[in-house]
Ligand binder design. Structure first.
Ligand code: IMP
Length: 500
């Protein structure tokens, strides 16, 4: 007797009706391994691999440098929004790049005639206070001292000159030594920072004890070959954003996301081809698209990854307003089928509000998921917490909500600057519950996802995709009654322990 219950994904999708994550269920497989063994490593674009399949949305209530830093440390990737000026967005990228370096090659320095107030300003902007002092205040100048918290913290007069408080007895290393040699020197010196100098005594780079400790705490962090955290940034399809792309590339961005609600346009194709021609070193995520034909066009134009979703977002009103879009599970499956043949990973974007949705998106062929709602309300998302009836909340808004559009977010939805006179909202603005720090939240998602894949009987994302293709991964549609049966029902009241 045939032991395969349920149907393979091809059949699940056959009826011609768009389905969403909640419309189906994955049948369990055989477990012969521990869930800790489940491998969540994946690709987000052709050249960028991640430790975890989590990417944060380029939205002004979701991703700036704090989100991007913490997600990359934990194994995911943040995509910084562009509801800001070019220099502000590039600065967000630089903050991520500066955060954790093996060698900090562009350290912030001051001259001896700067004041303690200048040190305070750097501390509040970047979060660190150990600053090398060069003779002329230039980045590559002759090193004459260093100021640290210990030199400055008990000094009431913040107009005092640095030359009066800095430490001039320095432990330094020779530029050119290896990172592990530099780390050894730093460890032995018991100092917070180790400046590395050329033969003339000029500052070349710096390593920091805090980075050493961070490396220890975040073994799975996602970094480039220079040991900098990876980060993505969104841009619009407009010609005027070419300047933005160039500034982001100069700031060190790893992935450019061309952000358009309907990504299959001549505007996006032109932007894609231009970036490919000018900045071949950076990977490009095209989108958003939901059909095979759309995917094929973006891949032909050179997209290194595709962002899939039109209308499933928690804050989104696109499908109602525009009458265009696609149910997300169907969109992810069809796009993945096409993209797989070209070796292009796909990112399932929007509509994820439970760990099970992440697992289902991956099970339909996505290599990673992009999440707005799930990461909104965490400590690392932009904005302050506020209370409503004693409940701790943060704002979360669609980039096509009237509020976000007023601040510039309409670039994603309107392709030419003069389209912007009349605004049709495709999103709403609201609030979400406090989800706490990512350091606690992401491990919770990881544990849940590992257990989910274990229940399916697969040892990782690669194995999951193999099972999808060889049809050993089995699915079943859920009737309306089955969906009710699969959720909590019949209780007078209950407490929901988890947000996701
Ligand atoms: P969520 O994870 O379900 O909250 O969806 C987040 C995704 O919704 C984002 O990554 C965008 O693709 C999309 N999105 C962001 N702002 C808007 C909007 O105002 N209208 C429609 N979709 C949006």
């Amino acid at each position: 007797m045939d032991l395969f219950d349920g149907v393979p994904a091809t059949q699940l999708m056959e009826a011609g009706q768009g389905i969403s994550y909640d419309d189906f269920i994955v049948l369990p497989g055989h477990i012969d391994f521990h869930h800790q063994e489940v491998d969540l490593k994946t690709q987000v674009t052709r050249r960028i691999s991640l430790g975890l399949p989590f990417v944060s949305s380029p939205m002004d209530t979701v991703t700036e440098h704090e989100m991007a830093i913490k997600l990359a440390l934990l194994g995911g990737l943040g995509v910084v929004h562009y509801n800001n000026s070019i220099s502000e967005q590039a600065e967000e990228i630089r903050k991520v790049k500066r955060y954790e370096n093996g060698f900090i090659t562009d350290p912030i320095v001051l001259g001896p005639n700067a004041t303690l107030a200048d040190v305070d300003a750097i501390k509040s902007r970047y979060g660190f206070s150990g600053i090398p002092i060069t003779e002329d205040g230039a980045a590559r100048g002759k090193l004459i001292g260093i100021v640290t918290n210990r030199d400055t913290e008990f000094e009431p007069d913040r107009s005092k000159l640095i030359r009066e408080v800095m430490t001039s007895e320095l432990v330094t290393g020779q530029a050119g030594i290896s990172l592990s040699e530099a780390n050894d020197l730093l460890r032995r010196s018991k100092k917070g920072k180790l400046p590395l100098l050329d033969s003339e005594g000029c500052l070349v780079s710096l390593i920091s004890r805090r980075d050493l400790l961070k490396n220890r705490d975040y073994p799975d962090s996602v970094k480039n070959e220079r040991k900098q955290l990876r980060v993505g940034a969104a841009v619009s399809t407009r010609d005027e954003d070419r300047e933005r792309v160039t500034a982001l590339v100069e700031a060190g961005v790893d992935m450019i996301v061309i952000d358009a609600a309907q990504g299959d346009s001549i505007y996006e194709l032109k932007m894609l081809e231009w970036i490919k021609g000018e900045h071949a070193e950076v990977d490009i995520m095209g989108g958003n698209v939901v059909t095979r034909a759309q995917c094929a066009r973006l891949i032909a134009a050179g997209a290194d990854g595709l962002r899939i979703g039109m209308g499933p977002g928690s804050i989104c009103t696109t499908q109602g307003t525009m009458a265009v879009g696609r149910a997300q599970a169907t969109a992810v499956y069809n796009s993945a089928c096409l993209a797989r043949d070209h070796g292009v990973p796909i990112l399932a974007d929007g509509g994820i509000s439970q760990i099970g949705h992440i697992a289902k998106a991956l099970g339909l062929g996505a290599s990673a998921v992009m999440m707005g709602w799930m990461f909104a309300g965490t400590e690392e998302s932009p904005g302050d917490y506020f209370y409503d009836n004693g409940i701790r909340l943060k704002s979360y808004r669609g980039m096509a909500s009237l509020e976000a559009m007023a601040a510039g977010g309409d670039k994603r939805y309107m392709t030419r600057a003069d389209d912007r006179k009349v605004k049709v909202a495709q999103g709403v603005s609201g609030s979400v519950l406090d989800k706490g720090p990512l350091d606690l939240y992401v491990p919770y998602l990881v544990q849940g996802l590992r257990q989910s894949l274990q229940d399916m009987g697969v040892r990782g994302i690669t194995h999951l995709h193999t099972a999808l293709i060889d049809e050993s991964l089995r699915f079943e549609r859920r009737s309306h009654a089955a969906q009710i049966e699969g959720g909590v029902h019949g209780l007078h009241s209950y407490k929901d322990a988890g947000q996701a």
